[in-house]
Design a binder for this molecule. Structure first.
Ligand code: FES
Length: 68
């Protein structure tokens, strides 16, 4: 399962707590609170899913990363 930004060791559960506490709706807003997604960027589509679905664990998904 995918449950964190591995590069910065930040779990989606930790992110979700901040998302809920501050009513965050975008990646840019969330990045004001801690660093994630600034290295390989593989986690970013998953963090988008955390924002849109509220889930914190995902099966690996074959995203198209060309646009990141
Ligand atoms: S897993 Fe998030 S930047 Fe690499």
């Amino acid at each position: 399962m995918v449950d964190r930004c591995v590069c910065f060791d930040k779990t989606f559960t930790e992110m979700k707590k901040v998302i809920d506490k501050h009513n965050i709706t975008t990646l840019d807003e969330l990045k004001k609170y801690f660093i994630f997604g600034e290295n390989c960027r593989i986690c970013l589509p998953y963090v988008e899913l955390v924002l849109s679905s509220g889930k914190t664990e995902f099966e690996p998904i074959n995203f198209n990363y060309d646009n990141l």
